[in-house]
Ligand binder design. Sequence first.
Ligand SMILES: [Zn+2]
Length: 335
Amino acid sequence: MDIACGAPVESVEGSAPYWVDSLWVSDDRTVLSCLAAPRVTAVDYATSPDGSVTLVMLRAADPLSFPELGWAGPPVEPEAAGSAYSDSSIAQALSQGEPSPWLEDFDVVVLDPGHGGRDPGAVGPRGTLEKDRTLEIALLARDLLALRMPNVRVVLTRSDDSYVPLAARTRIANREQADLFVSIHCNAAVRREAGGFETFFLSLARTDDARAVSAMENAAAELDDPSDPMAQGDALSFLLADMSQSVFLHQSSALASIVQQNLSREWPDGCDRGVKQAGFYVLRGAFMPSILVETAFISNPREEALLESLDFRFRAARAIVAAIEEFAMGRGSIR
Ligand SMILES: [Zn+2]
């Protein structure tokens, strides 16, 4: 929709009237205001650097559908139950050093917003919660992926503030026969000045820093309810975990590099901390290339402010999506 300065913007013709009654932008383009229906609980926006595109984000109380636009609402999230682990064909393929049988076509991506529910993740100096920011970046990435790669099905391990055990996250990816698993996080360090972005793939941690990050992200496992079957890793999954990740080592590390390149393009002032290896619980047992992105340091006041801005979250999401696109196109040559 075009936003005229100093004038109300009519609802888009034929679109859902319960969205917004009128949208105003002040003459100096510094103020956006709107009259929104009660179902809209928050409005936020971001403008591209050249000012040509403004993304207006309306948050609704309930999931919306727009039958008049041919959109039936958000995809139904899969039930977090069942497991593809017992599939002996996968086990056999992996034991012979072959990739999972479903990886021929690139058609499913699982995005994993870190933490959620009773696990807030890291908390910024001003109280920003990692779990909120990771969810927002993942939701933006999901929507961008739907635009950029319409033939790819995107599955989220969570789409609201719910708790998902670490072991359940890769289980969802395996069950959905995902071609990629991307876990999205915000970093934290005792040293407030620490900043920048880094991307991990699974292995034994190589440095003390990498070990500290994996210890922090793995701590969520302590919040698991021991009686929850989704929190249990089965014996086969642990046997296969290292095996599967060594099959995907090159692809995971290539994807991690592409994510870093795209993040530095979106955030040239940010510190590129590079690709790292560490023992992340959430990546164990994923039968596909998988990475964990630490988008920015929530413990750094300047970066906490960045994570609070939609513009930065949009850039982070766009970098992740651009990397997935690039990876999908070139993956035949990555071995
Ligand atoms: Zn995290």
